[in-house]
Design a protein. Structure first.
Length: 139
């Protein structure tokens, strides 16, 4: 049985134009890294979800060993205030959540206290990180 030759997508000018269009597609900042733009076999441009993230809840953080820290406003004692979660790894390292009034899409973001650029907002990744940190500190 003779194999059918594959279509040459690279030599096709329409496909080349679509590849250029993909590079110019604007993806909002909050979903970058969560979606992927690609060309289907029929030549149409499509988008797909590449990350099925589970948002991090307060209950999840407590189960992982985080401690809830509550802050009350000093000059307005009748107001509720806010809370956040912390996980002490060692004297020099701390994981910290955003406060409950700063949640992103209904879930907490976790970061290292001194390194604000590294943020975790997927529960699966956070569980792996905590497990790795526990094994590294012999807990």
């Amino acid at each position: 049985m003779k194999k059918k030759p594959k279509k040459d997508y690279w030599g096709d000018p329409i496909m080349a134009a679509k590849r250029l269009v993909i590079k110019d597609v604007y993806i909002p900042k909050d979903i970058r890294g969560k979606v992927e733009i690609y060309i289907k076999k029929n030549g149409s441009v499509a988008i797909r979800n590449i990350m099925k993230m589970k948002k991090i809840t307060g209950k999840d953080l407590i189960k992982l060993g985080f401690e809830k820290q509550t802050e009350k406003p000093k000059h307005k004692p009748k107001e509720n205030g806010y809370h956040y979660y912390t996980y002490e790894i060692s004297e020099k390292c701390l994981l910290m959540s955003c406060s409950n009034d700063e949640k992103v899409d209904g879930g907490y973001e976790i970061e290292f206290y001194e390194i604000e650029d590294l943020k975790f907002n997927d529960l699966k990744q956070l569980k792996k990180l905590v497990k790795l940190l526990k094994s590294a500190t012999n807990e």
